[in-house]
Design a protein around this ligand. Structure first.
Ligand code: AMP
Length: 322
């Protein structure tokens, strides 16, 4: 089962406590494509400028990414720069966003892209996200969307409209709170579920993520790392691992979503170990499986069996009537 992603392919300039890089490959759709490509074929729809290097096209192709939908326009590629706090590497400030060729981007999907069963609408103008969804010939099995503060603050109504027609929403914790105007993460996720999607994934950086579906919640930890080099792209890699796994397994049950979240967390944890897509690019299936097992072990605990009780102190047991 293949996945269509529409989003940015960018050149990023980042400064983190571990160092800095200028003009490195980034963009939501680039991280998502490589992350998801470990599980399923990915088709990428995006635009780049005439500054886009062949080596980066080759890199995407080396992951089997279908780049037939990657337009090349006269001008510069999307450019983003940001700096991460030295106290808290989860905190970042955007220094500059230059849409460049992305400002005029209005994708027309090819016929073969219109029938793809999984669709990821990466972070971009919600009106553009809706126009992509409207072009699909048949309703995909799963439509997921990611967004960010500029759309929550500047295009709330359009975002609400788009969210109504998707199945899965990814937001980070601050975005979910500001979008829903709720303080607790669970209430924030529930407000978004009320709007129509059947799953909401609230990403919480080094605190992992919460997957909320009707009547159930699953909390997935971030893989504990000693050394975070560059968090850029963690969220998009999380989404790539998540959707990639769902599409590969076809398991859209609660259990499938739980595993998908673990894989999102695992893949995201590799991304942050290096700048740009460097670590994501060199990953191997055994490395992913090893970290999947390690994460399972990290959260494994003995459940209470039927009728089993905790080792209460006698007086407490009487209080509970046990
Ligand atoms: P993440 O760290 O997962 O939130 O994604 C970071 C990536 O998103 C970077 O590689 C940027 O190039 C890209 N990005 C930053 N700002 C925007 C924006 N306004 N629209 C689309 N992509 C963006």
């Amino acid at each position: 089962m293949s996945v269509l992603v529409v989003g940015t392919v960018a050149y990023d300039t980042v400064k983190t406590p571990a160092g800095s890089r200028s003009g490195v490959l980034g963009g939501s759709a680039a991280f998502f494509s490589i992350a998801g490509s470990y599980f399923v074929p990915i088709s990428l729809v995006a635009v780049v400028g005439d500054d886009f290097l062949d080596e980066h096209l080759r890199l995407l192709k080396s992951h089997g990414v279908d780049t037939s939908g990657l337009e090349r326009s006269a001008g510069e590629s999307f450019r983003w720069s940001g700096v991460y706090s030295s106290e808290d590497v989860n905190m970042r400030e955007t220094l500059d966003t230059r849409l460049n060729v992305f400002a005029e981007f209005s994708p027309t999907l090819d016929p073969e892209h219109r029938t793809m069963p999984y669709l990821f609408l990466a972070n971009m103008d919600p009106a553009l996200q809706s126009s992509v969804l409207d072009q699909m010939a048949a309703r995909p099995k799963l439509v997921a969307l990611d967004t960010m503060n500029i759309w929550i603050d500047g295009s709330r109504e359009a975002l609400e409209e788009t969210i109504k027609s998707v199945d899965l929403v990814f937001m980070d914790e601050g975005e979910a709170r500001s979008f829903s105007r709720e303080r607790s993460v669970v209430s924030a996720a529930d407000r978004i579920l009320d709007m129509g999607p059947s799953t909401v994934v609230v990403k919480r950086g080094e605190h992992g993520a919460l997957v909320r579906r009707a009547g159930t919640a699953f909390s997935v930890p971030a893989f504990p790392l000693e050394h975070v080099v560059d968090p850029t792209g963690a969220g998009d890699s999380f989404a790539g691992g998540f959707i990639g796994y769902l599409a590969a397994s076809g398991d859209l049950s609660d259990e499938g979503f739980r595993r998908a979240a673990i894989l999102g967390s695992v893949i995201g944890s590799f991304t942050v170990e290096s700048f740009s897509v460097d670590r994501l690019h060199t990953l191997t299936p055994p490395e992913i499986e090893e970290r999947f097992r390690a994460l399972t072990n990290l959260i494994r605990f003995e459940p209470l069996r039927d009728r089993e009780s905790l080792p209460w102190r006698e007086t407490t047991r009487q209080k509970s009537g046990g």
